[in-house]
Each structure stands twice: as structure tokens, then as C-alpha cells.
Ligand binder design. Structure first.
Ligand code: ASP
Length: 437
């Protein structure tokens, strides 16, 4: 028998109707034995996620304000689900306990975690599965950092004897029983940990879209769904701003090569996107899987004649960034020139100070700064197979008259990064997408 871990996100659990869809999805495949639940999310535009209501309770209580309206809204969300599905779980006692905790001086992580806790309790009853509280098996150290090796061991021991279970996402506890939460959207990570802990065959991540799109749909109309993507390609896409799965969710399963399948709860018939270690041969006709980008970049250019013959010039420059804990996105070296791409908001407070030190220590012939740049990433592990891919991308930009300020492709050739002015960003994305599709 195969084992599938199915994680359902906030929109998939937003109301009783969504719970019904989940029950059907689970019933369709008996391999779906372990379910990870988020807290109920938005039901419609302008609605408030349960986690945000809980955080509002916490803020109000901590500042001596009235948390009752937000707590009443939380209670109403869960009562509506439990009422419509005729569940017996006693919400009254749980909400009273939360009220007492809020009055006595709330712990933010504990309060935030109650959305997942209550949602998973209701879903476990509805599916007839065992409820597993991550308080006992998702382990944090005393400083509040996730202890992954310990979690994998403890979770494995907790889940293996069970035929099926619903596990609450997003939180865990340290050795002293204190609750800690993962970052926002962290139920994706819980799902990945559960899949890794029991060495599942597949990690399904059920959400409100039918997979990863090859370009931002707000910019490109009708961007296609990506059928297969490798862990490395996904990492690059997420880094460049495409969001469908929490970035920390890849590591636990990728270590074991467990595939992740992004699926749509509202369209369970759609195959979604498969995130895999290696793309299956011949499975994709697209050597380039997508295009993504980031704006708000600053480009520093340092030039000095004959410096390519000296060693240590770039190292001194990078040390200056390190001493200021200023991360860089790209470092490009050419003949007698070094170019650094840095996030503009991070550079801003250090700009004058850094330039003064560069002038003093490196005595460049030229020191330039170009702000408001966008970096466009054309991503695909198989891009090298399509020798003309880069040519098509650059030609498309030239045809549109988009100036190219930087070009970067390492020997790995996972992605081609092209720097263009921010005000040409959307035009450039559309042109590149049309050229690679
Ligand atoms: N409910 C949490 C959030 O809103 C965690 C999650 O949904 O994954 O961020």
C-alpha cells in the first residue's frame, strides 16, 4: 500500500462546504492516510483568516483592549462548520479556555496555534481519523527554532502505528511544553515533515490553484500550468517571488526524493504540478519552465584598470558587504569590473557609508549606481538542451526595445538572470514569456 500525506490549506478549509470536498477527495484514494490541516482561511475577498482573527485577539488582550469581538468571530467560524456538519466536538469549552488564557496575559504562539488545533479536531471527527497534536511531535528547541532531526524521529514514531490521522499544521512545542509556531504559511512545512517522517510515497499539497504557473497571471494572461518542476527550479521560482508553496516546505521531502503534488481542492480532477527531484525524460516539452522576477534592485558597478591581474579586489568588496551584514543577490565579475546587485531597500541606509569605503580602500576609476532595476529569471534545468533559448529571450527583449543592463548565467545554467529598468518590467516579462512558451 502506498502512503500519501495530504495537506489542505486555509481556503480548502474555509467553511463546511470545503470540508465536504475534502471528505470526497480523501474517500477517492485510500492511500491518503495522513491529512495535515491549516486554519480556516478566507471564504471571499475581504474576509479575514482565522489566524489573523486570533492574532487580533492577542494584540487586543496584550494592550488591555477588548478581544471579545475577534474571539466571537473565531467562535462563529468554527461553530458554523461544526453546526452544518453536525459534529459533536465541544467548542464551548475550548473557546472558554482560550478566553481565560487571553485574560491572563496571552502567549502569541499559543493563541495563533488554536486555529489549526480546532480545525484539525473538527476535520478528524468529520473524517473519522485519529487527531494528532503536533504539540507532542513537532519539536522546537528552547530558542524557538524547529529541531528537524528530532521532529522526524518523533513524528515517525507517532504516525507509523496509525492507520490514518489528521495532524494540525503550523505549530509544535519545545521540551518544556511551550508552543511555538512556524512562519506564516507554515502548515506546508508540517505536511512536508509528516511526509518525510513516515517516508511517504507522495506529499499532496491541496490549495486553491491548479498548480504553479509559468508566469505571474497578473502580468501574463492565460499563463500555462507547469506540469513538472524540479526542487531546484521551484526554489528559484519561489526565490524570485512565485508563491504557491512555503519555501521551507521543500527541504524535508527533497532530502528523500518524495515528490510534491500541488492540487486544487475546487478542481480535484486537475493533475496540478508535480515537484520532483529530476524531471522524467520526455515528460516536458518545455526546456524553460517559467519566468519570474523581482523589482527594487540596485546595481553597483566598480571599475579599475588592470585590476583583473590583481587578486583579492572582489574579496575586499564582498567583505565590505559582509561587515555590514548586507546580502547581495548577484556578483558579476568581468575584465577590470565588478558588478553587484543588491536589494535597494537594504542598500539604502548603507549607501553613502559603503561608497565612501569603496572609494577609500579600492580607489576605483569608476563607481556607479543604477537604481530601480528589475531582475528577470528565465528558469529551466533543461534550458541548456535548447541552445537557442537564451537567444530567443534576448531577441524578444531587443524587439521590444527593453534595455538590458545585466546578464548573468552561471555554469549550472539553471537560470538566466537579466536586469532591466523597473518601468519596463511587465513588458519584459510578457515578451520573454511569449518567446519561451
Ligand atoms: N494559518 C497559518 C497562516 O495563516 C498557517 C498556514 O495556513 O499555513 O499563516
Amino acid at each position: 500500500m502506498r502512503t500519501v500525506v495530504a495537506k489542505f490549506g486555509g481556503t480548502s478549509l474555509a467553511d463546511a462546504g470545503q470540508f465536504r470536498k475534502i471528505r470526497q477527495i480523501i474517500a477517492q484514494d485510500p492511500d491518503r492516510r495522513f491529512v495535515v490541516a491549516s486554519a480556516p482561511g478566507k471564504r471571499f475577498d475581504g474576509d479575514v483568516k482565522v489566524t489573523d482573527l486570533l492574532l487580533a485577539c492577542c494584540d487586543a488582550a496584550a494592550s488591555g483592549g477588548d478581544f471579545e469581538p475577534a474571539l466571537t468571530a473565531v467562535k462563529a467560524r468554527f461553530e458554523a462548520i461544526a453546526g452544518e456538519l453536525a459534529l459533536r466536538f465541544s467548542l464551548e469549552g475550548e473557546i472558554d479556555a482560550l478566553r481565560r488564557h487571553l485574560s491572563a496575559g496571552p502567549e502569541r504562539a499559543f493563541v495563533a496555534s488554536r486555529g489549526e488545533y480546532l480545525c484539525a479536531r473538527l476535520l478528524a471527527e468529520y473524517l473519522g481519523f485519529t487527531f494528532v497534536d503536533p504539540e507532542w511531535c513537532v519539536c522546537f528547541d528552547a530558542g524557538g527554532a524547529l529541531d528537524m532531526p528530532m521532529t522526524l524521529r518523533t513524528m515517525g514514531a507517532a504516525l507509523r502505528p496509525l492507520q490514518n490521522a489528521v495532524i494540525a499544521g503550523f505549530y509544535g512545542a519545545d521540551m518544556r511544553g511551550r508552543i511555538h509556531t512556524l512562519p506564516r504559511g507554515g502548515s506546508d512545512v508540517t505536511g512536508s515533515l509528516a511526509a518525510a517522517a513516515i517516508r511517504a510515497d507522495l506529499y499532496e499539497n491541496w490549495t486553491d490553484v491548479s498548480g504553479l504557473l509559468a508566469a505571474d497571471p497578473r502580468i501574463v494572461d492565460g499563463a500555462r500550468t507547469v506540469k513538472y518542476v524540479s526542487y531546484r527550479e521551484l526554489r528559484t521560482l519561489s526565490y524570485m517571488g512565485a508563491s504557491v508553496l512555503h519555501t521551507d516546505a521543500v527541504m524535508p521531502v527533497s532530502d528523500q526524493g518524495i515528490p510534491i503534488n500541488i492540487r486544487n481542492t475546487d478542481k480535484p480532477g486537475d493533475a496540478g504540478t508535480m515537484i520532483v527531484r529530476r524531471l522524467p525524460e520526455g515528460e516536458t516539452k518545455y526546456p524553460i519552465i517559467g519566468v519570474a522576477g523581482q523589482s527594487g534592485m540596485s546595481v553597483i558597478q566598480v571599475e579599475k584598470l588592470m585590476v583583473s591581474d590583481e587578486s583579492g579586489f572582489t574579496a575586499v568588496l564582498l567583505d565590505m558587504l559582509k561587515n555590514r551584514q548586507l546580502p547581495f543577490e548577484q556578483c558579476l565579475t568581468g575584465i577590470d569590473t565588478v558588478t553587484l546587485v543588491i536589494r535597494g531597500d537594504l542598500l539604502e541606509p548603507w549607501k553613502e557609508d559603503l561608497f565612501r569605503e569603496i572609494r577609500e580602500k579600492l580607489k576605483p576609476d569608476y563607481l556607479g549606481l543604477t537604481e530601480r532595476q528589475s531582475m528577470i529569471a528565465v528558469i529551466g534545468e533543461k534550458a541548456t538542451d535548447a541552445c537557442d533559448a537564451n537567444v530567443r529571450v534576448l531577441q524578444a527583449l531587443a524587439r521590444e526595445g527593453v534595455p538590458i543592463n545585466t546578464i548573468n548565467q552561471g555554469a549550472g545554467k539553471l537560470n538566466l538572470l537579466v536586469g532591466v529598468p523597473e518601468d519596463r518590467y511587465e513588458q519584459a516579462i510578457r515578451a520573454v514569456y511569449a518567446a519561451i512558451d
